[in-house]
Design a protein around this ligand. Structure first.
Ligand SMILES: *Cc1c(COP(=O)(O)O)cnc(C)c1O
Length: 380
């Protein structure tokens, strides 16, 4: 039993360690068979035709926007309640992120506002499955169909989650996962982009290695050594060391998700009808992966968030706030995004605290977190 509870963390076992060690003893540390094996396992797991793994979720997002054909002066609609990477990766390609306000309870993009936000320059809609709770994908598909938009899911929280009984990963043009240690499964750093479209798949792969290809040449081949760089890409490759860890982790993902959901269930019982904060909802279509357990302070506690947060940290609770609305960051303010743009998101930010949830939490630890949280509020 530990005395510090992070808001999320990895679960690594001996099998994971053995998988990594076996790659270290093999011929290929990178660009070897472990990467392809992980990609195959990922696409099979999520029910997508293709998966391409990357050095991070951010790299996968960057590649996804590129592969979808987005570029300079295009606009994409997304949520401000996300990590900066979602829109940063767009800025890297000269795409303008248009932030649409969120639902006050799920923290996901509000579809009633997303439709009217579509303009002639809008090329894509990028929902973020906040905390692992899927956005309303049927609603998003309707908007996308009506306006001819590409759908790219930022599912960095949501591998293992389901929408209407279908796993997140094969539902849209592109779905992006992250394998940072706080995410549902980890490769240390890492990410993936999944698609059912062969053309997108090939651009994703080519973008990962400097836009270089060894097939479908523009010019005539000079010989067996010949390759072509056809567009400006990057070195966004994942190593085989990481991929082996990923394949091993993926085998445990469903068990991890079930444990996170069990913890969430325990919390919703323990905190039922409490006077201090509201609990994360789960819509009828959602099977959340509970990457986070975000609570929202009620009126009367919202303005005490800073003290509550500090006291929770002092009590050994590794709480975090997800997220400062991206457009409030100084860089985005300099670009001209104004405070007040998404009032629900700003209110959500002022109320939100993510409390500990991760697969290795035992029942005693769950109880201990609950007790400590009530103690903090009692002594405010
Ligand atoms: C973690 C995360 C990312 C970026 O993933 P990295 O692997 O850290 O680069 C992007 N979007 C969201 C919502 C995330 O939580």
């Amino acid at each position: 039993m530990t005395d510090f509870f992070p808001y999320s963390r990895q679960a690594i076992d001996e099998e994971d360690i053995a998988a990594v060690v076996s790659v270290l003893k093999s011929d290929y540390l990178t660009q070897g068979p472990a990467v392809e094996a992980f990609e195959k396992a990922l696409s099979e797991y999520a029910g997508a035709c293709y998966a391409v793994v990357f050095s991070s979720g951010t790299a996968a997002l960057h590649a996804a926007y590129f592969a979808a054909g987005l570029g300079q002066a295009d606009e994409m609609i997304t949520s401000p309640i996300t990590f900066a990477a979602t829109s940063n990766a767009a800025l890297m390609l000269g795409i303008k992120p248009v932030f649409v306000d969120v639902e006050g309870d799920t923290g996901n993009i509000d579809l009633g506002l997303a439709g009217p936000a579509v303009k002639p320059k809008t090329k894509a809609v990028v929902p973020v499955h906040y905390a692992g709770h899927p956005a309303d994908m049927d609603g998003i598909r309707d908007i996308a169909r009506k306006h001819g938009l590409i759908v790219i899911e930022d599912a960095c929280h949501a591998i293992g989650a389901q929408y209407s009984g279908r796993k997140i990963g094969g539902l849209s043009d592109i779905t992006v996962f992250s394998f940072h240690p706080v995410k549902p499964i980890t490769t240390g750093e890492g990410g993936a982009a999944l698609t059912n479209d062969r053309g997108i798949y090939r651009r994703l792969k080519q973008f990962r290695t400097h836009g270089i290809t060894r097939e479908d040449f523009v010019n005539e081949s000079h010989g067996d050594w010949y390759y072509e760089m056809q567009f400006l890409g990057n070195n966004y490759r994942m190593t085989d060391i990481q991929a082996a860890l990923g394949t091993s982790q993926l085998k445990k993902l469903d068990a991890f998700t079930r444990r996170r959901r069990y913890i969430a269930e325990r919390y919703s019982l323990a905190f039922k009808d409490n006077p201090y904060f509201d609990l994360p909802p789960e819509r009828g279509y959602a099977y959340s992966s509970y990457h986070l357990y975000p609570v929202r302070l009620k009126d009367g506690y919202k303005d005490k968030r800073r003290a509550i947060f500090t006291q929770m940290r002092k009590a050994g609770l590794g709480v975090q706030v997800h997220y400062i609305p991206v457009y409030l960051q100084p860089y985005y303010q300099k670009l001209g995004y104004e405070r007040g743009l998404c009032p629900i998101a700003e209110d959500f930010y002022q109320r939100e605290i993510s409390i500990p949830i991760y697969p290795a939490m035992g029942d005693g630890e769950i109880n201990s977190v609950v007790t400590r949280i009530f103690e903090v509020f009692k002594h405010l």
